[in-house]
Design a protein around this ligand. Structure first.
Ligand code: EPZ
Length: 419
């Protein structure tokens, strides 16, 4: 198990290429189960979560080939039960349920267990499948969905915390081969949902309104193979821009999609960082100081929960009182205790973090608990005096492609150490 050591204080300068989106590639790879024909997906990031998804597809009987960032999947014959040993490692495995139900009219997946970022039920996914005519059964830790036929329906997928991203993906993938028309109200509007819909349309699906709260899917008899380029990862992009803000000086992200980043760029410019955008680039200039902010997370197009931890790290070093309220995963504050070990002054009041910016952070041994929390610790380490030792970096490798190498190419001083 690796750990990384961040030697603080080195300014960041230069440009960094943004990888394909993890949260888009995962459901798109699952959607290849919807056809017997080969699908070619490019710009697939090299991440352990992607590796898990490809293993699940192989275990389900697919032929899977990978050549650097391009993956070819041929799902000629498929099984309908995903193996527990892999599924337990990654919650997003749940998104094989929809395509298998759509194609084979049945699917079994182990129920996702606990998650450090908070309660993550799948009731909305199941509500959607039931509306499409499926029966839902729970046994020995598995959920099985089955239906003699899938019939289009009108479904509201809005839950207590708003829309559901993978729930919208799953129901959309089950509905593309249904009899008749499905209307999803309260749909997630994330760019990753729209990217999945664009891939399904390239396979021959009939979908309107993806990227809005109402998605209309007219079922078709069958889908064919297709090629698709995954969109850039907006959370990786936001993480690099926040890294530039926290330590300075001048970083340009390339191969990005600026229009997907508005909810991240607005608060960064409100905090006083200079931002300029090009067709597929964004540059942030910083002298390492900024203004305090009041922020709330919410589903897209709101400020993303997946950027909350990184923003906590930044605002811990900004003079003044900042306030961040987490509305999507109210318990998602595992990074706070570790940032406090580095000298941050943060008080948690329910789902709100009240941050009193400190002049300096100091390096310390800290523990990564989840993907975005670990990115926040890396950012804090860039600013901190001395060195920060981050353990359990496998969390980072789940969602960031060579984060330490990319940061070192911008001037950071990060070592990866085998333990
Ligand atoms: C996706 O998870 C992302 N994962 C998460 O990113 C991201 O944090 C989340 O969307 C929100 O943006 C992937 O795309 C693989 P949700 P998802 O269903 O779809 C509640 C990262 O760091 N809910 O939109 O699982 C749920 O508890 C990861 O890359 C129900 O109540 O999240 C939460 O409070 C972490 N019932 C809210 O909705 C349901 O059936 C939003 O969750 C489903 C969700």
């Amino acid at each position: 198990m690796d750990k990384i050591i961040v030697h603080g204080g080195a300014k960041l300068t230069g440009s960094v290429r943004i990888s394909g989106s993890k949260n888009s590639a995962l459901p798109i790879l699952a959607a290849t189960l919807l056809t017997k024909e080969p699908c070619v997906i490019s710009r697939v990031p090299d991440l352990s979560d992607i590796h898990y998804m490809l293993t699940i597809l192989s275990e389900l009987g697919c032929e899977v080939e990978r050549a650097s960032g391009t993956v070819t999947v041929k799902a000629e014959n498929v099984l309908t039960e995903a193996p527990y040993d892999i599924v337990r490692k990654m919650r997003a495995s749940i998104c094989v349920l929809g395509p298998l139900l759509g194609r084979e009219k049945e699917a079994t997946v182990s129920l996702p267990g606990g998650c450090v970022i908070g309660d993550r039920p799948i009731d909305l996914h199941l509500r959607g499948f039931e509306a499409l005519g499926a029966a839902v059964r729970f046994r020995s830790g598995n959920v099985k969905v089955l239906a003699p036929e899938i019939r289009g329906a009108t479904i509201n997928l809005r839950g207590k915390f708003g829309s559901t991203v993978l729930g919208t993906d799953n129901v959309m993938m089950a509905a593309v081969l249904a009899e008749g028309t499905t209307v999803i109200d309260g749909a997630a509007e994330e760019p990753e949902v729209e990217d999945l819909a664009n891939f399904l349309i390239a396979m021959g699906a009939k979908i309107e309104g993806a990227g809005t709260r109402r998605i209309i899917i007219e079922g078709v008899k069958e889908l064919h193979g297709a090629e698709h380029d995954v969109i850039p990862d907006r959370i990786e992009a936001g993480t690099f821009l926040t890294a530039a803000a926290i330590i300075g000086n001048d970083v340009t992200i390339t191969r990005a999609e600026p229009k997907h980043l508005k909810a991240i760029l607005d608060p960064l410019s409100q905090a006083g960082f200079l931002i300029s955008t090009g067709k597929d680039t964004v540059t942030l200039r910083s002298n390492g100081t900024g203004h305090p902010l009041k922020l709330e997370t919410s589903p897209y197009p709101g400020f993303p929960t997946d950027m909350q931890a990184q923003m906590c790290a930044l605002l811990s070093t900004v003079d003044g009182i900042s306030v961040i309220t987490e509305n999507v995963f109210p318990q998602r504050f595992m990074h706070v205790a570790e940032l406090k070990r580095m000298g941050a002054n943060i008080e948690l009041q329910g789902a709100t973090a009240v941050i009193n910016g400190v002049g300096k952070l100091s390096g310390a041994p800290v523990m990564a608990s989840d993907l975005r929390a670990s990115a926040a610790l890396v950012l804090a380490g860039l600013k901190a005096e001395n060195s920060t030792e981050i353990n359990r970096v496998y969390h980072i490798d789940r969602g960031y492609e060579s984060l330490d190498e990319k940061l070192n190419a911008l001037g950071a001083q990060i070592e990866r150490v085998k333990v």
